[in-house]
Design a protein around this ligand. Structure first.
Ligand SMILES: *[C@@H]1O[C@H](CO)[C@@H](O)[C@H](O)[C@H]1NC(C)=O
Ligand SMILES: *[C@@H]1O[C@H](CO)[C@@H](O)[C@H](O)[C@H]1NC(C)=O
Ligand SMILES: *[C@@H]1O[C@H](CO)[C@@H](O)[C@H](O)[C@H]1NC(C)=O
Length: 167
């Protein structure tokens, strides 16, 4: 009886160790996977640009978001969380980051993204720093695996500029 329990326990332990090793291998092979995402971010139109009653600047943009993130998918990929942020420096902060748009991609077939869209989340500055502002648009992706650690990547498109005047 005792020896049977012991055996069962040993088998169980071996099973768990094997499973852990397989998971480890899975995320390792995932890390060795070569990715080549392509991204293009454009601003087609500044739809409106105003100072809100509370003194903060707000801009509404029409974005042209194009990306092929299919290479981020492996058999170990659960989903991608993808977002586009405006990034800029102000006298107060070296890096301001405003998330403008996001999407969850659950399948490789859906990882080819093309959207002509208004910013989904408001582009509001905590102050009135947006006139004539130079900024970057950055696409970030969080890759959530089935096993192993999440990792993040990004693609920066620099060189955008907001108008000097409210409109
Ligand atoms: C959006 O960007 C894609 C990829 O750069 C480009 O082919 C397409 O013409 C753009 N669409 C518009 C409306 O400019
Ligand atoms: C914008 O992009 C440029 C070039 O990649 C980089 O040097 C700069 O630091 C970026 N600005 C911000 C605020 O992240
Ligand atoms: C994702 O892809 C499937 C087919 O592979 C399609 O039916 C579905 O509409 C797509 N979803 C989105 C949000 O594009």
């Amino acid at each position: 009886m005792h020896s049977l329990m012991f055996r069962a326990n040993a088998v169980l332990t071996f099973g768990i160790t094997l499973l852990a090793a397989l998971c480890c291998l899975a995320s390792l092979s995932d890390n060795l996977h070569y990715t080549s995402p392509s991204v293009d971010l454009q601003i087609l139109h500044v739809e409106s640009f105003q100072r809100l009653p509370n003194g903060n600047d707000e801009v509404k943009l029409i974005l042209n978001i194009t990306a092929d993130l299919q290479s981020l998918f492996t058999w170990n990929t659960k989903q991608l969380f993808v977002f586009v942020a405006a990034e800029y420096a102000t006298p107060k902060n070296v890096l301001n980051q405003v998330s403008l748009w996001d999407i969850i991609v659950e399948r490789k077939e859906n990882a080819t993204i093309w959207r002509r869209t208004r910013n989904k989340y408001s582009f509001v500055d905590q102050g009135n720093n947006l006139r004539g502002l130079d900024f970057n648009l950055t696409m970030y992706w969080n890759v959530m695996p089935l096993t192993g650690a999440m990792y993040t990547g990004k693609f920066v498109v620099p060189g955008f500029k907001l108008p000097q005047q409210y409109r």
